[in-house]
Write a new protein. Structure first.
Length: 240
C-alpha cells in the first residue's frame, strides 16, 4: 500500500550507488549488481509515480565513469538498451516523459539513437518526468551553460541566477527538493551542483539494488519531517 505524506517533494534526485558492492558481497560479477540495479530503477520509477512525484532524476552514468573497466562500461550500456526496449512502452502507457541530462553526443551510436527515440516516443507524457543523467557532470554542465551564453552574446549584466538556470539541462524543471544517495557514501560526486543548492540530503547505507518502496518511504518520511529554510532563519519563516 502506498504511504501518504503531508509534504511530498516535487522533484527527487538519486545517486544510485552500491551495485558493485552489492554483487561483491554475494560473490557475483559487477554486471549482476548493475542488472539488479536496473530492476530497482523500474521499482522506484513506478513507486514515485504512484506517490505523485512529478520529477525524478537518476544519476545513471557520470562523465567520470569512463574511467571504469571497458568490460563494465560495455555491460552498462548493454543494460541501458535493454532497459529502454522494455520500459519505453510502459512509460508511454503511464504518461512518463523521459529526458536525458548530459552530453548525448559522447555516447555510443546505438545508445544515442535509442535514447533519442525514447525521448521522442514519450514526449507527450504529462504525469511524470524521468531524467536520466548520462555522461553527465555538474561542473561540465555549468561550463556548457556559460559557453552557450557567451556564444549567444549575453552581456554580463544579463546574467542572473534565473538566466543561468535556463541554460542548464534541467531548464523548465524545479530544482530537486530531495537528494538521495544510497550505499553509505556521503558526497555529491559532481551531481546537479547548481540545482541542489538547497536540496534536502538523505544518505542511506542500503545499496541501490536493495532500495525498495519501503526504503523510498523512509526517505520521504525524513523529508516530511524537515523544515526547509532556503537560507532563512526560523523567525523569518514564521513571519510569513
Amino acid at each position: 500500500m502506498t504511504e501518504v505524506f503531508e509534504t511530498l517533494p516535487r522533484h527527487i534526485a538519486i545517486i544510485m550507488d552500491g551495485n558493485g558492492r552489492w554483487a561483491q558481497a554475494r560473490g557475483l560479477p559487477r554486471e549482476a549488481g548493475h542488472r539488479a540495479g536496473a530492476e530497482t530503477v523500474r521499482t522506484i520509477v513506478t513507486a514515485c509515480r504512484a506517490r505523485h512525484i512529478r520529477y525524478l532524476t537518476l544519476y545513471a552514468f557520470s562523465s567520470e565513469n569512463w574511467n571504469r573497466p571497458r568490460t563494465e562500461i560495455r555491460a552498462l550500456f548493454s543494460l541501458l538498451l535493454e532497459f529502454l526496449r522494455r520500459e519505453v512502452p510502459h512509460m508511454q502507457e503511464q504518461g512518463i516523459a523521459m529526458k536525458v541530462l548530459g552530453e548525448l553526443e559522447g555516447l555510443p551510436l546505438a545508445q544515442r539513437t535509442a535514447l533519442r527515440h525514447a525521448m521522442q516516443r514519450t514526449q507527450e507524457g504529462t504525469d511524470m518526468t524521468l531524467n536520466l543523467a548520462l555522461n553527465y557532470g555538474g561542473r561540465g554542465e555549468l561550463v556548457r551553460a556559460v559557453r552557450q551564453m557567451l556564444d549567444e552574446g549575453l552581456r554580463a549584466q544579463d546574467v542572473t541566477e534565473q538566466t543561468l538556470a535556463e541554460y542548464l539541462y534541467t531548464a523548465g524543471q524545479p530544482d530537486p527538493d530531495l537528494l538521495i544517495r544510497t550505499s553509505g557514501e556521503l558526497r555529491l560526486s559532481n551531481y546537479l551542483l547548481y540545482q541542489c543548492a538547497y536540496s534536502e540530503l538523505y544518505f542511506t547505507p542500503v545499496p541501490w539494488p536493495d532500495f525498495d518502496e519501503s526504503q523510498l518511504d523512509l526517505a520521504l518520511q525524513a523529508y516530511a519531517g524537515r523544515s526547509r529554510r532556503f537560507g532563512k532563519t526560523q523567525e523569518q519563516i514564521d513571519a510569513h
